[in-house]
Design a protein around this ligand. Structure first.
Ligand code: ZN
Length: 103
């Protein structure tokens, strides 16, 4: 008896989550479909911007999700703030590279 209640409870939660997911994805159907592909197979990241020799920005070719390398060498979501940091970092790096070139 308790076990069946348990199953029903999970089924109820499960249905609600599917409903929520469908409501969220209805305006952009193709995007959510590639999102499912990405969540099962992983993102197909392509370098979208080179910041330094070690830091790049990546964009997923499937769903368009953007991430960046951070100072710790980890992958981080690309937000307005991280994009700003990368922009100033790229400028700094370019200046540094220019200085290193022979006259
Ligand atoms: Zn993706």
């Amino acid at each position: 008896m308790l076990f069946i209640d348990f199953i029903q409870f999970f089924f109820y939660i499960y249905c609600n989550q599917i409903k929520k997911a469908m409501n969220n994805s209805s305006p952009k159907k193709s995007l959510s479909l590639s999102g499912i592909v990405c969540s099962t197979l992983g993102h197909d990241y392509v370098i979208s911007r080179k910041i330094t020799n070690h830091i790049n920005e990546y964009r997923c070719a499937q769903c368009g999700k953007e991430v960046t390398d951070n100072f710790n060498g980890n992958i981080e979501n690309l937000t307005f703030k991280t994009r700003e940091i990368n922009t100033s970092l790229a400028l700094f790096f370019q200046k540094k590279m220019r200085r290193r070139l022979p006259a």
